[in-house]
Design a protein around this ligand. Structure first.
Ligand SMILES: Cc1cc2nc3c(=O)[nH]c(=O)nc-3n(C[C@H](O)[C@H](O)[C@H](O)COP(=O)(O)O)c2cc1C
Length: 143
């Protein structure tokens, strides 16, 4: 059984809900998935010991939440090269955060990324629940 960590940066909880659904998708495939808030990641060791890492942030003012930016600098030194990766986030209209996170994981951390980031307006609208669970399944397929 492989282990996945899902880290969520959220203001009103929507990105956390998406993270929980991604975790469900991973667990459907009999892997372990922990979901934490970005502020729970305080040192590099908090990111170590996982086979997959999935980072999520909502978009505010065209950018990811500050806590996620800070965590990505920690992650740079956590030795994530080759680990399975994905990125996601809730958004309202432009949704820049998931793409920025995804590209950083791919280009700087050299992670083994799944097909692309997941951007959802809501976990409960437009098939969001299914899409988030499917994203978790896609992560699990790489494990
Ligand atoms: C002040 C403010 C600024 C926002 N800026 C953006 C933005 O630049 N682009 C975007 O796509 N959504 C923007 N949003 C919408 C949020 O991303 C959206 O409400 C999202 O679901 C919040 O997710 P959260 O519950 O995880 O914090 C903004 C919302 C607020 C309240």
């Amino acid at each position: 059984m492989a282990k996945a960590l899902i880290v969520c940066a959220t203001r009103t909880g929507e990105t956390m809900k998406i993270g929980e659904l991604i975790a469900e998708g991973i667990r459907f495939s009999d892997h372990e998935a922990n979901v934490v808030k970005v502020n729970d990641i305080k040192k590099e060791a908090d990111l170590q010991g996982y086979d997959a890492l999935v980072f999520g942030s909502a978009t505010y003012h065209g950018s990811m939440i500050q806590g996620m930016k800070t965590m990505l600098f920690l992650a740079e030194k956590a030795g994530l090269e080759g680990k399975t990766g994905g990125a996601f986030g809730a958004f309202g209209w432009s949704g820049e955060a998931p793409d920025r996170i995804f590209d950083t994981m791919k280009n700087i951390f050299k992670m083994n990324m799944i097909s692309g980031p997941l951007r959802l307006k809501s976990s409960s609208l437009g098939g969001g629940l299914q899409m988030a669970q499917d994203y978790g399944r896609e992560v699990a397929e790489k494990l």
